[in-house]
Structure formats: structure tokens, C-alpha cells
Design a protein around this ligand. Structure first.
Ligand code: ATP
Length: 254
């Protein structure tokens, strides 16, 4: 039996009585693009952080290609490309310096790092800023996402875990990101992304999981999860709708 690209089993995290992840179990099959959706505070970032070795779970396991992320972190992390939430980057470097630093830290061949850096920066349209000596600390939010994605791709991982990769990214760059992801999957890679944009998940993902209050409420192929309606309908039906009644916000307006 082949192992899933990413297998989360009963991952649990309690932040001082706040059960942010409550036995999260999720499989990302090889060659699939899985979307993780859920309301604010649902536990998406907590679950993904535990999955990639950034946040130690209270209990449960995360495996990449069968390798336990917490038992064999170095081996597992070599297989993973991660775009974390609130990515912390060395700020006083240019993009090419940052990628060089990252690649050498990962033990990559310097010539390979140089070639891939030039290609990634060109495709992500960060090459001009880089040539102009712009430091990462001067980057816009969207540019930070893009350089974050470049760091996740540089070592050619097998599994990409991307926390809200499209947040703050302009439409042209979003197309490039989608093309990169499709290319990655076509080449046999596997991806899990979190997103609040249902239309994007419906367009891009072949599998989807809906998470709320730390629990996976639905998980399967896009068709299995959304049924005959839209993903948003299914999401709202599972998570619950918040409507504004006539008295609320009555002070708004003139
Ligand atoms: N480091 C932390 N310490 C304490 N509580 C935390 C911490 N990180 C997350 N939480 C709490 O855990 C819960 C889940 O948060 P998480 O960031 O995983 O949600 P999310 O689904 O990624 O939300 P969003 O869509 O808003 O990014 C929230 O109640 C949050 O306040």
C-alpha cells in the first residue's frame, strides 16, 4: 500500500483550554491538491503547523510520505515545502540573497541554487526589485508571499503545504501561482493549501476538507464534499450562518 503524501492522524492541540485542533485526521493523497477551508479561528493554521513540524502537537501524528514529522524531522522536512502563516524572514537581505542563504542552509549545490533563484525570481516577477537591491523588509505583503513561495519551492520538495498562499497576491501573480501549483502536481507533487476563497478552492483543488472549531467536519473529493450545490453552500450549512438583525448596527449610516 502506498502511503499518502501527507497523513495527519488525530492531531490535537489545546491552548490553555482552547481546543484549537481536536483530533484532526486528514489524508492528502499523492498527486492531489487538497484545499483546507474553515472560518477564522477554526484551527487551520494550528493543524498545518503541527503537520509540518512547526508546532508540537499534544497528541497525534503527522507523516510525510510515511515519515513521521516529529520522530524524524530532518528527513521529513527535506520532503516538505512550507509557506507558513506570518512567515518570518531574514529581513535585511535581497530576495536572491535570501534564497541563496536558504538553499545553502538546506545543503544544496550553490550552482543549482543560483540557477533556480534566477528562474523563480523571474517567474514570480521579483527580479526587478532584486536587481534594484530592494530588501525583504521593504517588500509588500504580496511580494512577501511570493518570496515565501520561492523558499518553499527552491529545494524541489515532494509535498507543498501552503497557508493562504493567495492572500494579498494580485490577480496576475495569482495566475502564475496557480500555474506553478498545477505544474507541481502534474510532475507528481502533492499540495495542501488553506484558503478562504471558495471559488479558488473549487477551481483548483480536487479534494477539500472543511474544518470548524478544531474538527474536520467534511473531507473528500470536491464532488463528495459539495454535493450538488456550491462549496460555499456546504460550508455555510456545516459551519452555520451569521446574519445581522434589524437592531444591530442601527447606528451605521446617516
Ligand atoms: N499560539 C497560540 N496561542 C494561543 N492560542 C492560539 C495560538 N495560535 C492559535 N490559537 C488559537 O487557536 C484557535 C485556532 O487558530 P488558527 O490560527 O489555527 O485558526 P485558523 O483556522 O488558521 O484561522 P484564520 O482563518 O483566521 O487564519 C483560535 O482560537 C486561536 O485563537
Amino acid at each position: 500500500m502506498t502511503e499518502p503524501a501527507l497523513a495527519l492522524d488525530s492531531l490535537t492541540k489545546d491552548f490553555s483550554g482552547n481546543l484549537a485542533a481536536d483530533s484532526v485526521t486528514l489524508n492528502v493523497p499523492r498527486g492531489s491538491l487538497t484545499g483546507l477551508v474553515g472560518p477564522n479561528g477554526a484551527g487551520k493554521t494550528t493543524s498545518l503547523s503541527m503537520a509540518v513540524g512547526l508546532l508540537r502537537p499534544d497528541s497525534g501524528t503527522a507523516r510525510v510520505d510515511g515519515i513521521d514529522v516529529w520522530q524524524a524531522p530532518a528527513t521529513a522536512k527535506a520532503l516538505l515545502g512550507v509557506l507558513p502563516d506570518g512567515l518570518a524572514l531574514p529581513e535585511r537581505l535581497t530576495a536572491s540573497e535570501l534564497l541563496r542563504y536558504w538553499g545553502l542552509l538546506r545543503g544544496m549545490d550553490p550552482a543549482v541554487v543560483t540557477a533556480r533563484t534566477a528562474e523563480l525570481l523571474r517567474i514570480l516577477e521579483l527580479d526587478e526589485a532584486d536587481a534594484g537591491g530592494v530588501l525583504v523588509m521593504e517588500y509588500s505583503t504580496g511580494m512577501r508571499k511570493k518570496i515565501g513561495l520561492a523558499t518553499a519551492l527552491l529545494h524541489s520538495p515532494r509535498v507543498l503545504v501552503l497557508d493562504e498562499p493567495f492572500e494579498a497576491v494580485d490577480p496576475v501573480s495569482a495566475r502564475v501561482l496557480r500555474a506553478i501549483m498545477r505544474r507541481f502536481v502534474a510532475a507528481g507533487g502533492s499540495i495542501v493549501i488553506s484558503s478562504h476563497v471558495m471559488s479558488l478552492v473549487e477551481e483548483m483543488c480536487d479534494r477539500v476538507a472543511i474544518i470548524a472549531r478544531g474538527q474536520v467536519l467534511a473531507d473528500g473529493t470536491l464532488t463528495e464534499v459539495r454535493g450538488s450545490g456550491s462549496l460555499e453552500d456546504r460550508f455555510v450549512a456545516l459551519v452555520g450562518e451569521r446574519t445581522i438583525n434589524a437592531e444591530e448596527l442601527s447606528w451605521l449610516g446617516h
